[in-house]
Design a protein. Structure first.
Length: 209
């Protein structure tokens, strides 16, 4: 419950701030560079808000997720608390400000996230063989298949997303063809332990940027 309150309060404070900002400086709304408020300094991710690392994120994936949030393809299921908190941040964005944000994010330093999840890495490696065909053997991502890099991302965020896909809180929108593919793949992960195992293996992989 604490986490939910924390995100809700942050979202509220944030939107109040933006109202002031709009009145004072209209031009500011073209850029909409307010992401670090939740996503942490240099976009390194923020566990308290459950907002993941953005630094180092592929521009095509960043664009797709912002569009999905904006169009209501992601972040609408009532059980998807964090996605619901993120969505209003994207509904404000024009195509122009998305392009601006992508350029801005590309300028941030990429620092791999700290490891916080414990699991059986060997069991995880076995599970990961099913993921590698799309996400790459080093979890470096594959643009042609639309599968993002996983290595270097906050492990707690990967765990949440795998659970969200498994429950159908993310990826069940008929327009979300990439999310639907990923939703099917969570059938390979039988329980929470399997999720922790595969994420602990992903933690052991290195992504060179
Ligand atoms: C009020 C806090 C808040 C603000 C401000 C915010 N975000 Fe988020 N964002 C979140 C949370 C929480 C999540 C995790 C959503 C989830 O778990 O599905 C998230 C998720 C995301 C994701 C999905 C990442 C992925 O790997 O799929 C992207 C992309 C994103 N945010 C980009 C942005 C950008 C760009 C901005 C600035 C325009 C921004 N966010 C501003 C809270 C915020
Ligand atoms: C058929 C190809 C495919 C396979 C196999 C696959 N994925 Fe994915 N995965 C995707 C796609 C495509 C996305 C992007 C979904 C979107 O755009 O919302 C994704 C997204 C994800 C995300 C969310 C990342 C983020 O930043 O929000 C996680 C976590 C993930 N996959 C983990 C896994 C794991 C673990 C496995 C193996 C059990 C796996 N995937 C197997 C295609 C695949």
């Amino acid at each position: 419950m604490k986490r939910i309150q924390c995100i809700a309060i942050f979202a509220l404070l944030f939107s109040l701030n933006l109202v002031e900002l709009n009145a004072a400086e209209v031009d500011q709304t073209v850029n909409n560079r307010y992401c670090n408020t939740c996503h942490g300094a240099d976009g390194r991710g923020n566990f308290g808000i459950q907002a993941p690392r953005l630094a180092g994120m592929e521009s095509w994936y960043l664009r797709r997720q912002l569009e999905n949030f904006r169009e209501g393809i992601r972040g609408v299921h009532p059980q998807d608390i964090e996605g619901v908190a993120m969505r209003p941040m994207a509904t404000k964005l024009s195509d122009e400000s998305i392009t601006d944000i992508i350029e801005w994010v590309e300028s941030w330093e990429y620092v791999p996230a700290e490891k916080t999840i414990e699991g059986n890495e060997r069991a995880g490696a076995q599970l990961y063989t099913q993921c590698a065909s799309c996400h790459g053997v080093n979890a470096e991502g594959n643009e042609a298949l639309g599968a993002p890099a996983l290595s270097g991302q906050n492990d707690w965020y990967l765990v949440t997303q795998l659970k969200n896909f498994r429950e159908g809180w993310r990826g069940s929108d008929p327009q979300d063809s990439f999310g639907q593919q990923m939703m099917m793949m969570t059938q390979a992960l039988s329980d929470d332990e399997a999720i922790n195992n595969v994420v602990s293996y992903i933690n052991s992989l290195r992504r060179n940027l």
